[in-house]
Design a protein around this ligand. Structure first.
Ligand code: ZN
Length: 50
């Protein structure tokens, strides 16, 4: 059993808020940088504007 408190967490590079490991990220956790799709979109938009 995995306790919720023991889940890894990261800080979103866009909104700078901590977010916690989720099942959907189990295979890509090392690559996850955003807390949500919303933040990912913001990042993409920034790149496009450059
Ligand atoms: Zn975020």
């Amino acid at each position: 059993m995995i306790k919720k408190q023991n889940l890894p967490s990261k800080i979103c590079i866009i909104c700078e808020r901590p977010f916690t490991w989720r099942k959907k990220w189990e295979k890509v956790w090392n690559e996850v940088k955003y807390c949500s799709k919303k933040c990912k979109k913001i990042k993409v938009r920034k790149i496009e504007n450059n």
